[in-house]
Design a binder for this molecule. Sequence first.
Ligand SMILES: [Fe+2]
Ligand SMILES: [Fe+2]
Length: 199
Amino acid sequence: MASRNNTSARNEILQMLKDDHKRVKKAFRDFEKIDVESDPETAQQLVEQTCAELELHAMLEEELFYPAVRQALKEQDLVEEAEVEHDSAKQLIAQVRDLSPDDPKYKATFTVLGEYVKHHIKEEEGEMFEQLGRSKVDWQAVLEDMMERRVQLERELGLSEEEEEGMEAESTETAEEQEESPPLPAGGRGGDAMKTQQR
Ligand SMILES: [Fe+2]
Ligand SMILES: [Fe+2]
């Protein structure tokens, strides 16, 4: 059943997730270089952006990828652990969002989140992803669902295009005004759309 197309769909999913991993790991490295005290705005912007990216990634995995992994693996422990780790990360995300950058715990909370995330990524890439070899999952369908959901979530979380640039300026627009934004151009769907969004 593992047709060549299905294998390449699976690889495309793993690549999408690994690209996300790489991007957030870089964000945590960038954060280390920021002096939060003298540049709280830059710090907060990076924290907010990273938390939103982590949320999107976690939702994609929980809603679509992990259920497929459950189907693919006999042993469910890895998925159980991954979900527990997601919960811990979400608690830290909520905590750091509640803090102001001048809080002494701000930097520590985000740093600990980074450590959790790094550990989690290591387990996903080093164990979970490696064990998906011979499985009967319809990865092509999973890939399509993930790409569709991703576009949706990017809009919901304000991660689409370069929109977050303008979000710093106090958003006093009403919901009605915000809905006036032009629709996305058609035909942007597919593998290439995924690639172009990386900076
Ligand atoms: Fe994960
Ligand atoms: Fe992941």
